[in-house]
Unconditional design. Structure first.
Length: 148
């Protein structure tokens, strides 16, 4: 795993990850992710019914109560009204526009069914049907990256 400084990112104007919350097509808020102790993995392609989907994995190395509340707010916002509420995930070093995503995998049930307690690494997954923003002049190898 490499540690990148801000000058090595594809889009250096995006330095912190965040989720942008939309309801009925209007932006209603943002949830900023921690700036340290978080690992972003390259999107993994998944083909389902002839459609290519992307799975975004994020690992929170030491998730405290504040970090858990952030994840809970993201998951609950999406599930409050899946048809009207949309999430856009902005990856550090990637496009400012971000990707429309949904919580994906078994981890999200923990945040809906139980009150998560304690400190530990948590890996969250989100899935998107949007294509990756690709720059022809610049590219990145498929290794996890950590922004510090």
């Amino acid at each position: 795993m490499k540690i990148l400084d801000e000058n090595q990112l594809l889009f250096s104007n995006v330095k912190a990850g965040k989720f942008v919350l939309f309801s009925n097509g209007s932006k209603v808020g943002e949830i900023a992710l921690p700036t340290a102790g978080i690992t972003y993995f390259p999107p993994e392609p998944k083909i389902s019914d002839g459609e290519m989907l992307l799975i975004f994995r994020i690992r929170f190395d030491f998730l405290d109560g504040n970090g858990m509340e952030l994840l809970r707010r993201i998951v609950q916002f999406h599930y409050d009204d899946k048809y009207k509420h949309k999430l856009r995930f902005v990856v550090p070093g990637d496009s400012e526009k971000g990707y429309e995503v949904e919580p994906y995998g078994n981890w999200r049930a923990w945040f809906l069914d139980d009150e998560p307690i304690g400190y530990s690494p948590v890996e969250a997954q989100f899935i998107s049907a949007e294509p990756i923003a690709v720059s022809e002049e610049k590219y990145s190898d498929a290794q996890p990256w950590l922004v510090e």
